[in-house]
Design a protein around this ligand. Structure first.
Ligand code: SF4
Length: 279
């Protein structure tokens, strides 16, 4: 039996970096460290970090004065840094550099009098954070249809950014319409390629193997997307941990491909590979 691991399986660069930074801090700290929002949507990983002293809170107000607080890879608004500074909280900033770049663009153009437009989901923490770098004044557009109900003042100058995980097709439809409707507009395509690359690699690998194993949370939408892509090509097993694998069933296949969603840590992927090796 051969095992092939998909390129770009599991954490993207930004999440890997954030999780490593958080782990290093926990290893070197004698006291609890607070995380503003769940560090990652993976139960096993969060439990591992909590055993090490991580405490998850929803707002800066819940972090005691002068303690350490992690800002996760999604990033946060400018006001969060101010509130933390007022409480003398030490920030461990794991904001992904690609998201940080969007904050800088938004803040610079906002200060120059541009109206900011964010293409993305207004309820997503990354978009809430981005909006917080222009005094929460951004126009947020998620779908081309939504644009019919938004009135844009042609005399204004606009700066457009996108949520890093925005769908490329929708993004194109929205920017095409904006460029027709507006006279002065600066477009910044800030979509990150990590998700697309992971999906393309999973598709390529599915064509080379007899079955696929996709590791990731049952409620993780990017994991379910991977499952759907793979199962169109080969039999596919969706699991959260190696305990869900059936050795006898897997024995039917000669070459097994493995990929994982964006919130799956390397050690869970390694566990699965060790299990397959042991069959
Ligand atoms: S911007 Fe890209 S690399 Fe950074 S956390 Fe998001 S998906 Fe990962």
């Amino acid at each position: 039996m051969n095992v092939k691991i998909s390129k770009n399986a599991g954490f993207c660069f930004g999440v890997k970096r954030a999780m490593k930074m958080a782990w290093n801090e926990l290893e070197n700290s004698e006291e609890s460290i607070y995380a503003l929002g769940p560090l990652i949507h993976n139960k096993q990983a969060v439990e591992k970090y909590e055993e090490k002293g991580l405490k998850t809170v929803d707002e800066v107000e819940s972090v005691p004065e002068s303690k350490n607080m992690i800002i996760r890879s999604h990033g946060v608004s400018e006001s969060v840094y101010k509130s933390a500074s007022d409480k003398n909280i030490n920030i461990i900033d794991t904001t992904c550099p690609f998201v940080k770049k969007i904050h800088n663009i938004v803040n610079t153009y906002h200060n120059e009098g541009y109206q900011i437009i964010v293409i993305g989901d207004m309820n997503h923490p990354e978009v809430i954070g981005i909006n917080g770098w222009c005094d929460n004044s951004a126009i947020i557009i998620k779908t081309p249809q939504q644009m019919d109900s938004i009135e844009l003042d042609k005399s204004k100058k606009y700066c457009v950014v996108s949520q890093t995980t925005m769908n490329l097709d929708l993004h194109k439809q929205i920017t095409d319409k904006l460029s027709k409707d507006l006279d002065t507009v600066v477009f910044n395509n800030t979509i990150c390629s990590a998700t697309k690359e992971r999906q393309e690699a999973a598709k390529d690998l599915s064509r080379e193997v007899d079955c696929m194993i996709v590791i990731g949370g049952k409620h993780s939408s990017n994991t379910q997307k991977l499952v759907n892509i793979c199962k169109e090509i080969v039999p596919t097993f969706a699991i959260e941990t190696k305990e869900e694998l059936d050795g006898e069933e897997l024995n039917k296949y000669k070459t097994i491909g493995v990929t994982a969603g964006a919130s799956t840590p390397d050690w869970i992927i390694d566990d699965v590979i060790d299990f397959i090796d042991s069959i």
